[in-house]
Design a protein around this ligand. Structure first.
Ligand SMILES: C[S@@+](CC[C@H](N)C(=O)[O-])C[C@H]1O[C@@H](n2cnc3c(N)ncnc32)[C@H](O)[C@@H]1O
Length: 252
């Protein structure tokens, strides 16, 4: 596995990869929620809820410092907020694409979360300050996965927990059917919702399957998490392994 991070077409280093990802999400922000729900037939809602439930014990602690990184338009944040008690410390919801974050803030601002424009690889947070970091469908887009894991490790408290929800590529017959959907049907629907792309850029609906294909398999990802210093690393497949939740903790 030689993958170090997301590789949008035309990006040949980490800075240009991050810029391309930010630009792409800023450009699809107005259609992002619709695109998401149509392409996943609303199953994404179940995945966010299931992820939030997994961290209920931490979320129930009103003093817990919780970061939703790569929060985008805020649906993961909203699922986390369902488990926060009244008057709990606000959840930090961070993203580096302003147009995505602005839409998220409209949903969660005043409901227990605050928006933070920040890069996941350079978080403006103190070391050992967070009890929980969650990222839904964002980690796969980082320009350097190892650097992302190291940065999360830096800001997690000893004993703090990490949850990374992202797509994966299932095997067997389900995998074959899914590959057809993902590589053929999904780009066609994406094009209908987002419209044609100008210039020679392949567009967000091509980036998504390519980014999932480029993402480490669960065993490789777990190995990377262990190498970055995490313990209790595990992967829980969701919906036949189309998506799944990685969990890990910073050692005490
Ligand atoms: C597919 S969206 C997921 C949004 C949301 N978490 C959800 O589940 O719908 C990925 C998000 O990750 C953000 N992102 C990608 N790389 C990032 C980085 N280095 N720092 C902060 N945000 C990043 C993008 O701007 C985008 O909003």
């Amino acid at each position: 596995m030689t993958t170090t991070g997301a590789k949008p077409v035309g990006a040949d280093d980490e800075t240009s990869a991050a810029n391309a990802v930010r630009q792409m999400f800023n450009s699809i922000a107005p259609r992002y929620d619709l695109l998401n729900h149509v392409l996943s037939a609303n199953v994404d809602r179940l995945w966010w809820r299931r992820t939030a439930r997994r961290f209920r014990p931490i979320l129930a602690n009103p003093d817990a410092a919780v970061l939703d990184i790569c929060c985008g338009t805020g649906d993961m944040t909203m699922a986390l907020l369902k488990h926060r008690p009244q008057n709990a410390r606000p959840v930090l919801a961070a993203d580096f694409a302003r147009a995505m974050l602005r839409r998220g803030a409209r949903k969660f601002q005043g409901r227990g979360a605050v928006a933070l424009e920040a890069d996941a690889l350079h978080l403006p947070l103190r070391p050992a300050s967070q009890d929980l970091i969650v990222s839904a469908f964002g980690f796969r887009n980082l320009a350097n996965y190892e650097a992302g894991l190291r940065e999360f490790h830096r800001v997690l408290k000893p004993g703090g927990q990490l949850g990374i929800l992202d797509f994966s590529e299932p095997g067997g017959l389900i995998g074959k059917a899914y590959a057809i959907y993902f590589r053929r049907v999904l780009p066609a629907i994406g094009r209908m919702i987002c419209g044609p792309v100008s210039g020679d850029k392949p567009g967000p609906y091509h980036y998504l399957p390519a980014s999932v294909g480029n993402f480490p398999s669960p065993p490789a990802m777990l190995e990377m998490m262990q190498s970055a210093g995490y313990v209790d690393c595990a992967w829980q497949p969701y919906t036949f392994g189309i998506a799944g939740l990685y969990t890990a903790a910073r050692p005490r």
